[in-house]
Design a binder for this molecule. Structure first.
Ligand code: ADP
Ligand code: MG
Length: 227
């Protein structure tokens, strides 16, 4: 029990720190984006260069989005408004978004959804939750593997399974998930799963893992169903 309290406090401090950092980073980003947009429209810049400016603005938009989501996560749950989130729509848009990311390693994302289901939550956060977990699945996958994203209603719960056939995890590795900055990747932040646990908890969700080293991982996320 003591362990649990310590974990909760650590999460809170990390959240506050993340919010402060995010806030400080957002301002310079906005300035740089403003200049890039100016040059993108300027007559003195040639077309080829303008394409580059456009790409840079796109990337900055992504960075801004990530930061906004970070800030929204740092906010206590009671300040947030609940809305009916259509899980099918969220998974559809997230898999569309990650399609090209998967193609980098020749991974296809296979969506298996037979019915609509709704969860009382926040759409942006739900997207962030699934983006993080599906990204992990792609990053763990071998070249050419498929990643399966399935959702179904089971009694009064909505269950989402994200299945990969990649590197898998040991019991110990599973236990470390959600610890801030825990990452086995050379370019990982080790914040993804912490964010996911946080979001799931906000909406009475539970995340569980079944994994075999060298064989793959199934991440199961369950939320109370709205209807
Ligand atoms: P990051 O992706 O930045 O490393 P995460 O919090 O998202 O941080 O994940 C933490 C670690 O958990 C990863 O570095 C990886 O070792 C492990 N992990 C997460 N998901 C999977 C998965 N589907 N298969 C294997 N390992 C995973
Ligand atoms: Mg990750």
């Amino acid at each position: 029990y003591f362990q649990q309290i310590k974990q909760a406090e650590r999460l809170k401090t990390t959240g506050q720190l993340a919010a402060a950092v995010a806030h400080e980073i957002r301002n310079p980003l906005t300035v740089v984006k403003g200049f890039l947009q100016f040059y993108e429209q300027s007559n003195e810049v040639d077309t080829e260069l303008k394409k580059h400016f456009h790409l840079m603005v796109d990337e900055l938009n992504t960075a801004e989005q990530v930061i906004s989501q970070f800030l929204s996560i740092a906010k206590p749950a009671k300040e947030k408004e609940l809305e009916p989130v259509n899980i099918r729509q969220v998974l559809q848009s997230v898999t569309d978004l990650l399609h090209s990311y998967g193609l980098l390693h020749d991974n296809q994302i296979e969506l298996q959804i037979v019915e609509d289901s709704y969860v009382a939550a926040n759409t942006i956060e739900m997207k962030q939750l699934f983006i993080n977990i599906i990204k992990n699945a792609i990053e763990a996958s071998n070249i050419g593997d498929v990643v399966v994203v399935a959702a179904s209603k089971i009694k009064d719960m909505v269950e989402i399974n994200i299945i990969d056939y990649g590197q898998g995890m040991t019991e110990k590795e599973i236990e470390s998930l959600g610890t801030p900055f825990y990452s086995l990747k050379s370019k990982g932040t080790g914040l993804g799963m912490m964010i996911c646990f946080n979001i799931a908890e906000n909406y009475k969700g539970k995340i569980s893992f079944k994994s075999t080293k060298g064989k793959g991982t199934t991440v199961t996320i369950r939320f109370p169903s709205l209807i």
